[in-house]
Design a protein around this ligand. Sequence first.
Ligand SMILES: [Zn+2]
Length: 155
Amino acid sequence: MKTSIFRIVPLPTKIAERARRVAAAGAPDHATVIADSPNAFPCRHCLRWAQPGERLILFPFAAIPPGRPYSESGPIFIHAQGCEPYAALRQYPADFRNGRVMRAYNSSFDMIDAQVVNGSEPEPIIEKLFQNPETAFVDARSVTRGCFTFRIQRA
Ligand SMILES: [Zn+2]
């Protein structure tokens, strides 16, 4: 088996725990929602689809920090109950093999490339994006709604 050249970066546990605290305190920009369909509520911490009936927190996350041309903050879900962070860091998350776009950024957070993964294998697309020495990281996002799903770095 080929060693992967990339490493999956789920949402840091610290950020998930803070979002759960802020939601519990009743902040209006941290909503609690209940999943009502099996493939529509991706948890950015464990990198799995929430199952119908599971509670989630919906809150804004700045995947690309403020103060830059490509700065971007957008809505993400995490499980409302504590969940384990995604651990198979050398493996592409099985739940998100379809319906993602891979956006490549340089070290200044400028978007320099993007490719849709839909019905194709994500690994060769990620490897191709990292063949560009300018690529510092790749963000996987929803191809339909555009929401940040997870980050990918060089291994
Ligand atoms: Zn989760």
